[in-house]
Every structure is written in C-alpha cells, then in structure tokens.
Design a protein around this ligand. Structure first.
Ligand code: PBG
Length: 329
C-alpha cells in the first residue's frame, strides 16, 4: 500500500494552540489531585522537611489552613500522614488506636472547618512503631500478617470514627481490605470509602517520606517481605483483583512514574477507578532536576501529572498538588 503522505499530515492538528487544545485527548485539572500533607504536634508550627524542598509538616491549626487552601484551589481531597512524637512509638504501634492521636485530631479539625474537602487517611503502623515497620514483628523480625491485620482494623475504625472519608490501607498485608470493609459495615460506616494501595512496590523512592514521618532512622531492614517486588506486573493484577473482591472502591499504584505500565494494565483489565501516588522520591527528583537547571519545574510538574491521566488514572496523589493547581487555574 502506498504511504498516505501527503494526505496524512499529522502535524496539521498541531499547528496552532487552539487546535492543540481542541484535539487534546486528556485533561488535567485541580479536581484530579489529592494533596498529601504531613502533620506534627504543636501550635502554629511549620517544620520544613529537608529532603523534600517546599514540603513541611504542619501542626493541626495550620493543617486547617491547608484544608482551606485546598478548597480554594479546587483540590477535592487531602491525604494525612502523622509525625508521631517518638515517645509515643512502641513495638505494637498502639498509638494508632488512640482516639485522640495526632491523626484523629487533624481529621476532626478538618472535617469541622472544611467539610467539603475529602480526607484520606493512611492505614499502616509505620508512623507509630518503634521499629518503623508497617506491622507487628515476631521474634525473628518478620512482619506478622493476621495479627497486624487485626490492629489495622482498629486503626481504620479509629480514623472512620474521627470522620475520615477515604480509608487507604498502605500496609500490604493479605486480607486486610476485607477485614476493614466488614468492620466498617458492622459499625454503620457504609459510605466510608476504601482506596487500597493495591500495587505498592518495595521502592527506593520512599526515602524523603520516611524523613517526613520520622521513621527513616528507626526502620530496621527493608519492607520486601510485604511490599511488592518491582520485577512483577502480573502479581499487581492479582493484588488488585483481591482488593476489589474484598470491597475496595478504588485502587492505587505506587510509586507512580516508573510504574505507568502497571496503571495501564490495571485500568484495562478491571475498569475501576485507579489512582497513582507520585511519591516523595519522585517529587525530590523533579525538584533536584529543576534546581540543577536540567528542566523547567512547572513544565516537569504538569507533564508528569498529565502522564498519569493519559495512562488511565482518575487522580494522582502528589506533593506538587497546590503548585500544580495554581498552574492549572
Ligand atoms: C506507609 C507509607 C509510605 C508511603 C506512603 N505510606 C512509606 C513506606 O511504605 O515506607 C510513601 C509515600 C512517599 O514516599 O511519598 N506505609
């Protein structure tokens, strides 16, 4: 068959801004963003996180201001992560079950002041344990699955009672989504959503996050016996299938940018809402790249976020959320 050129000139539709807009296959708006925020004790506190330039931990009063900022920017949801004071971290992570812990106080303050913004809460014990793991350890240091799941159910209920809208288990224990779903139903939280961190990989991109929640120095070993091996993709599909069968409303792939193939496969296979977490190390990489003059920060931010939408995401958790929302306004 003869080549279609010149009848086919793919550059035609690219020739002017109005035409590029008209032909754009994907849109990115502030409504696609979830803003992860770190919380700390105190009043009037903003503590910059050294390995995440431009990101801070905020005390509860200041987190309310961030909630208002999210609302004003059109960001529909924020995700909370506590930096638990070190004297409250124990081997069993019991502070996760305290109805007055930092997380619950922040949820209540936000739902009080800005109820129209969704609050997503992470379920995992790492900000509460003295050893920095997401669950309970046996004598050999192995993270116990079923015993951990029991505690995670308590943690999820604690968050739901404080007013959390989306419960997001990030711990990678087997069966925890079903256990949390059953407990939520039992307590009448029929509209509490579960966004499962279904395909969460054991990744080198989480370093700055562990600084931000104060677990980096505490963590013994790695998380490879529970988080996924990044060599695997089929296994991610099995994780997603399990979490959906157990009652997840939406699923997440994490990290984000190096895992766009997983996002696409999950979306095509299951046709459910898929979210990506553009994690701390990805944020730091973009910031370092811009600081080194290797790329334009704003352009890198928008291009990477659009890539998640193109891959099939309903939305993205990103530390650039507020900045991106301003760029998109
Ligand atoms: C906790 C949790 C982690 C992240 C989100 N929830 C860290 C980890 O699994 O070690 C990482 C997020 C980021 O790097 O931005 N289980």
């Amino acid at each position: 068959m003869a080549a279609p050129f010149p009848a086919l000139r793919l550059r035609r539709t690219r020739s002017a801004p109005w035409s590029r807009s008209l032909h754009a296959e994907t849109v990115l708006t502030p409504a696609d963003l979830i803003w992860p925020l770190f919380i700390c004790e105190g009043k009037g506190v903003e503590e910059p996180v050294a390995s995440l330039p431009g990101v801070s931990r905020w005390s509860v009063d200041n987190i309310v201001a961030r909630g208002r900022e999210a609302r004003d920017l059109g960001i529909p949801c924020i995700a909370l992560f506590p930096n638990t004071p070190h004297d409250r971290r124990t081997d069993d992570g019991a502070e996760a079950l305290n109805p007055d812990n930092l997380m619950c106080r922040a949820i209540r303050a936000l739902k009080d002041a800005v109820p129209e913004v969704g609050v997503l809460t992470d379920v995992a014990l790492d900000p509460y344990t003295a050893h920095g793991h997401d669950g309970l350890l046996d004598a050999a240091g192995y993270v116990l699955n079923d015993a951990t799941s029991d505690v995670l159910v308590g943690q999820a209920l604690n968050q739901a009672r404080a007013g959390a809208d989306i419960i997001a288990p990030s711990d990678m224990m087997d069966g925890r989504v079903g256990a949390i779903r059953a407990a939520l139903e039992d307590e009448g939280f029929v509209n509490a959503q579960i966004m499962a961190y279904s395909a969460k990989y054991a990744s080198a991109f989480y370093g700055p996050f562990r600084d931000a929640v104060g677990s980096r120095g505490l963590l013994k070993g790695d998380k490879k016996t529970y988080q996924m091996d990044y060599a695997n993709a089929e296994e991610a599909l099995r994780e997603v299938a399990a979490d959906l069968a157990e009652g997840a409303d939406s699923v997440m792939v994490k990290p984000g940018l190096p895992y766009l193939d997983i996002i696409r496969r999950v979306k095509e296979r299951f046709e459910v809402p898929v979210f990506a977490y553009q994690v701390s190390g990805e944020y730091a990489m973009i910031e370092a790249s811009a600081a080194a003059g290797a790329g334009d920060r704003d352009a890198l931010v928008v291009e990477t976020l659009m890539a998640f939408k193109r891959a099939g995401c309903s939305g993205v958790l990103t530390y650039h959320a507020a900045h991106a929302a301003r760029l998109l306004a």
